[in-house]
Design a protein around this ligand. Structure first.
Ligand SMILES: Nc1ncnc2c1ncn2[C@@H]1O[C@H](COP(=O)(O)OP(=O)(O)OP(=O)(O)O)[C@@H](O)[C@H]1O
Ligand SMILES: [Mg+2]
Length: 255
């Protein structure tokens, strides 16, 4: 069934270097419509760079990034801005604007890119805050929020334009188990609503819970690309090395 789903995003033979550092050496990756994939890999393997390439914040040296049949490499800045409304990036840090309240943080893209009235925007923001379980906090400033709440406000902002793809860069990093669960629950809701997403994480239990497919970036290429069950069972040395790196002991001893 999976095979018949439309491929919304496709990376073909992507190469990227910073000076002499060859970060991507031919990355191939496909994201199906409605699918959530987990993007794993050691620190510095190029996961965040890959997400930035997908929204055109980083140019690639060779290869193709195809979103809904269109190679984004050929687009100008204005066209890329349109793509960034359809592919939303939830940053590694919450990346909120410190000087304005939660409402303005979330509403910003709506003021910027739509002709919605203030009332419409207010109800849209209220709706999205309810979705991330933060009802009624419009007037609070980012400094009033806990780290976990800031992450969720950042997620709300990433969702407000109803993008087709959401890229999550380590949304649970640095969170305690309760806040991690809150964030994972929101991502689950998004998956159930049919959004496609790429979840960059070092949190294997969260990735196994959420993702239909897991990918490991290693040495500039996709070294593993299979389902959660296959990941758990795998004896591939790259998978074993990665599990060891993140201290994942599997079912006998969850982290
Ligand atoms: N703008 C840049 N200029 C030079 N080097 C960069 C730049 N951005 C990233 N790099 C390098 O590219 C490599 C990949 O970085 P990236 O941030 O994608 O790693 P990552 O897989 O996200 O790691 P982590 O899990 O620690 O977040 C690193 O060696 C990093 O130093
Ligand atoms: Mg990163």
């Amino acid at each position: 069934m999976k095979e018949r789903r439309e491929k919304i995003l496709k990376l073909e033979n992507v190469h990227k270097s910073f000076g002499s550092k060859h970060v991507h050496r031919g990355v191939n990756l496909e994201l199906n419509q409605g699918e959530t994939i987990g993007l794993l890999g050691g620190s510095g393997t190029g996961k965040s760079v890959l997400l930035r390439e997908i929204i055109g914040l980083e140019f690639i040296d060779k290869g193709k990034i195809i979103f809904k049949g269109q190679d984004i490499q050929n687009l100008n800045e204005k066209e890329l801005q349109k793509i960034r409304l359809e592919i939303s990036y939830s940053f590694q840090s919450g990346a909120l604007f410190d000087s304005v309240n939660v409402f303005e943080n979330i509403a910003y893209p709506l003021f910027e890119h739509t002709k919605m009235s203030l009332n419409e925007i207010r109800s849209k923001v209220a709706e999205i805050l309810e979705m991330v379980d933060l009802k009624g906090i419009e007037e609070l400033m980012p400094s009033d929020l806990s780290g976990g709440m800031q992450k969720r406000v950042g997620m709300a902002r990433a969702m407000i334009m109803r993008p087709e793809i959401i890229l999550y860069d380590e949304p649970t990093a640095g969170l305690d188990p309760t806040n991690t669960k809150n964030v994972v629950d929101i991502m689950k809701k998004m998956t159930c609503l049919g959004y496609s997403s790429i979840f960059v994480t070092h949190d294997i239990p969260a990735a196994l819970e959420l993702c239909q497919r897991l990918i490991i970036l290693n040495d500039g290429i996709v070294a593993f690309n299979d389902g959660p069950e296959e990941f758990k069972k795998s004896n591939d040395p790259i998978v074993l090395k990665y599990k060891q790196e993140v201290h994942y002991a599997g079912s006998e001893g969850e982290k």
